[in-house]
Every structure is written in C-alpha cells, then in structure tokens.
Design a protein around this ligand. Sequence first.
Ligand code: 28G
Length: 654
Amino acid sequence: MAEKNYNAENIVVLEGLEAVRLRPGMYIGTTGSKGLHHILWEIVDNAMDEAANGYADAIAVIIYPDNSISVEDNGRGIPVDINKKHKKSGVELVFTILHAGGKFDNAEYKFSGGLHGVGASVTNALSQWLNVDIYRDGKAYKIEFHSPKYGKKVKSGIIKTPLTEVGKSKKRGTKVTFLPDPDVFATEVISFETVRNRLRELAFLNRNITLSVEDRRVLNDEGKHPKHVFCYKGGLVDFINYVNEAKTKQSNKVIYLEGASENFELQIAIQYTSHYGENIISYVNNIPTTDGGTHETGFKSALTKCLNEYARKNNLLKAKDTNVIGDDYRDGMTAILSVRMQNIQFEGQTKTKLGNPEIKGIVESLTSERLDLYLNDNRNKDIASLIVKAGINASKVREAERQAKDAQRKKNAMTGAVLVGKFSSCTGKNADVNELFIVEGDSAGGSTKQGRDRSFQAVLPLRGKPLNAEKKHKAQIIQNEEIRTIVYALGTDYDRDFNIADLKYDKVIILADADQDGAHIRAILLTFFYRYMRPLIAEGHLYIGMPPLYKIEKKGVVRYAHDDRELDTILADLKSGYVLQRYKGLGEMNGEQLWDTTLNPRKRTLLRVTIDDAAEADLVISTLMGDDVEMRRTFIFEHANFNKVDVFATKLAE
Ligand code: 28G
C-alpha cells in the first residue's frame, strides 16, 4: 500500500524534507538547544493559532523519559479529508509540505504566530518519528511519520502508517507526539524551565487559555512529576503584576488599553514602579520583539504627546515651561505591548525588531485615542496626575544628575592614576581580540594576573561588592568606586552616553567564585550591565567564566570538573587511585592552573550572557535586586548558583 503511494509528489516531499535535514540552520537557526526548542515551538504555535482564533482553550505539553514530547490541543482537529489539488489529507499536508516564510495563505486564521513560520513539516523532518492523533466528528484518527532517513530506505516516503480511523471518540482536538532526532540534535534535551517560561508567557498574552507542561522524566520532592498549569483571566494586567511583583509600586493601579483597526489589534498594560528607568516588553503575534521596533516607537510618541497635553490642560506645565521629554515620562514605567497583525517584517541582526513602517502611525493613533479617553476619565484623575508629576520631577532630577556627572568627569580626569594600582591592562591594542576579566577579590586577581596571556587579557580585580545598581540613582552609581573602575576600563561610558564603538574589549568576562558571595557579585554586575550597558549584552560581549570546581589527579595526570556530573564521569573513568580536591575559590588556584582551566581560550568554558527573554530577565534581576528581601534570598538560591546560570546565559561552544 505504502509502496504504491510512492509517486512523483512523494519524491518531491522527500526531497523537501531532506533539504531541511541537510541545512537545518536555514530553517531553525541552530541544531543546539535553541533549535531543539524551536521545533517544539512550531507545534505549540499551531496549537496556539487554533486557540487564539477561538477554537481551542487548552494546550498540554508532556515531556517523556525517552525525551519525546507531546502537545495536545482541544481544537477542531486537523482536517482528515482529502485535498483535491494535492490528493492528500489535510494532516499529511501540514506535516510534509514546507512553508517558506509566511504561514499558509492566512485564510484560516486572521493572525498567525510562529517564530519563523516554517511550520510543522520542519519538526517532522528533524524528528526520528512523529505521530498525530486527531479527534474529530466523533472519531479518532492516527497517522505516523518517520524520519526521511528511513523513508529513503523503505521507499515509503516518510509515512510509516497512513492516516487511519482507529475508533470512536467524544474528544475533539489534535495531539502531536514526536522524538527529536538525536542525529540532528546530538545530546541536547528539552529544558522544562524553558518550556514552562514560554507557556507562562503565552498564557499571559492569550487570556483564558490553559497551558500546561509536565516533565515525566523526573520526580519532585513529593514523588510526583513536575507540572505547571497557567491560565490568566486578566491577560496583560496579570502579566504586568507578575513582572513587577517584587518591585515597589508608585501606584498599584494598572492602566490597560486595547483597540483595533482593520486587520490590527493592540493591547497595552502600564504600571509605574519606584525603580529607575523604563522597562518596555513588546510582542507581535505572540513573538517577543526584544529589540522593539515601529510598534514601540508609535507607543512612545503617543504616550509623550498625551501626557504633555494633559499636563498643559491641567496647568501642571505652565506656559513658560518646556515640554517634558519622553524619557522622563517613562522613568519607572513598566509597559507591556502586544500587537497582532499580518505580514510581519522583522529587522536587525537577531530579527527581534518589528520593521513594518505603517505600524508606527497605527499604534500611535490608536494609543493616543485610548489613552486620552483614559486620562480624561474622572475615575483616573489620581493616576493621571501622579504620572505627569513624576515625569516633571524626573526631568528635574535628570538635570541635577547631568551636573553631578560633569563634575565627576572632571574629577575622574584628575584621579585616573588611582585605577592603575588594581587594573592591569593588556599590551595588545586590538579591541577585536582583547579580553577583560572582572575578578572577585585581590587573591584571585593576583592568580589571574599571573596566569593570563598579557598580550590580550586584561584583569580588573574587584575589592568590595559593587553597588546594587537597580535601586540607586545614576549620580550615586558612578560614585561607587568599583563601578567607576569598570566604566573607565571598558571605555564606553554608560547609560544614555554608552557607546559600543568605544568598547576596548571583545569579551568582558566575569570571574566569580562558585559560592553564594560569588553568585551575589555576579548578579549585581549583571544588573548593572543590564540596566546601564544593555547593548554590551545584546551584542554578545558579556560572558561568565567557568572555573572548575574539582581537581582530580591520578599518577601525575590532572583533570578538572566543572560540576558534579562531570566529576562523576571522570571518577567512573578513573575507577580508583586518584586524589580529589574541591576548590573553594579562585584564589586556591595558581596562575598556571587558572590558565589551563579558565583563561586559555582553547580549553576554557564560557557562558555568553544573553537577553533572550526581556520579561524573564527583568523579573530575575529585579527579584535579585528588588525590595523584597525574602524573595531575593529564594531567587539567589534558585537561580544564581553556578549550575543554574542558564537563567542569564546560554552555553557558548568555543
Ligand atoms: C497539538 C499540537 C499542535 C491544529 C488545526 C485545525 C485546523 C487546521 C490545525 O487546518 C489547514 C487545510 C488543508 C493545509 C481548520 C480544522 C479548519 C477546520 C482546521 C495543532 C492546511 C489546517 N478544521 N488544529 N489545522 N490545512 N492544531 N496542534 O496543530 O491544507 S493545526
């Protein structure tokens, strides 16, 4: 039967899917952890489309012990009838036809998500097997695929079991189960935390849809499989409360605005905290736009315009006063912006910036219209005047800070010599290869200076703890000596004056001990860079060094382990007769050992710090640095130790 179906069209399908296997990077970016998760998101996106368009309200993800994954929705079920043009069932088309870029023709769904819209066929192509169960019209159906690599051998294309009716069912929906092909993704495994975070985000962005994830690979303390269920009735309002949970609020009120025009929808939530700076988190069709774009620009213009108008109308700004600038109205503001539209164009190196030029005007006029109504509603008088007064105040503070900074600059010029004592620059002058190690403590600093290759590696030892960057105002930040030295060493200035072109190093590497103190210092530094030098992270210049935790010596041969898992592997290999040493800190290593394990680019492991998910990063950082001491303690414990830096960083293969 399968043999007979192996016609010309099947060959085309097979070749299409083989192209995906030949160049996975073209379709999913990488075959590392990110790519592996991408093929899961393709399936989740399809389920989300069904839900966001009102046909489903529950999506369940399960990760199984063999690392296969299932996604189930309670939608209409993918069509099983035969498409006249292709002479194939709808489900077969969904999983075998490549969709270059834009998803389908958008006839079924008004707005379709999907990171790159490559579709479920890419997931199929990169899976060892993929099974689909469909529940529709009182019946259950099943179709099974296997990898094109088998398809070629058995001459049945990639269909292992053709679409069959397997019985009756009262259920409705689609269930897709698949095993990512280890030939493609090597030993990468799906991360429960990553799935949990993305499903939580989707639940915030799509109110009243229940998303769950369960990890059947492990048991928790209660002897159960870890599971999270997310469903938010408040949507973006719940989202902003979550993001600002640990922060002190100027007002607990959340401003919520929504609007629509033809083929366009907009939702905005705004809340003001007592923290310095702005935090705008934006999305297009559920896709995070970490680098902003035209929707953010339109929103900002509208906000500035409406607030200045309100200020004039209510005599908070007098005729002689100049308008308050946008930056000042956004000081302390958290905003979440979600738009839905067609034909998205992404821009920028990482394709995380919305480019469609027409969107600026659409968002600006919709926001202005709704925000005006909101501000001029008598019930909102308190919050309206609070925001406007805060903006006026911020502009005064900014002027005072500018003066303080100018004074400090003059002082710096005179005291630059002070820095020479602790900071050891490198001899080479090539900013494209030079590295700066920021090291915790004088003794570790000493070892690093001895062990480094001084031709391109500079060392900056930190003596005390740098100031907690989140809470303080700028004028205070730059008075902290540790921070001042860092800014001076990097050469970039900071905050609004930050200029990446002046960066003297290709890699800025934080080296801290694997203990609580080290975790704290690392977190403080990350906060500082996140708040005041964000492009340094965005452009991939910030790293966390990974010194080993253990030294294992047998018959004069030395090996190192970064964590307990690596240690177990080595010990199992050596069996007996070894000497084991656990390093309590960097300072216990001599220069040579430090070079061999941590500094030498050929041997070391570095974590590149990314801002993959602005909302999550902000939450972690504000919880680490926020006002709620108890929460901060739990977070440092959970996230800031060496084994879990993945909250901030993804492993870099050098
Ligand atoms: C559980 C994991 C992933 C999905 C549907 C429902 C329909 C659908 C999906 O149509 C359109 C037509 C033939 C290719 C549409 C059902 C209209 C009427 C649907 C999912 C395109 C696809 N009834 N649910 N696709 N076909 N859930 N969940 O994938 O040509 S995908």
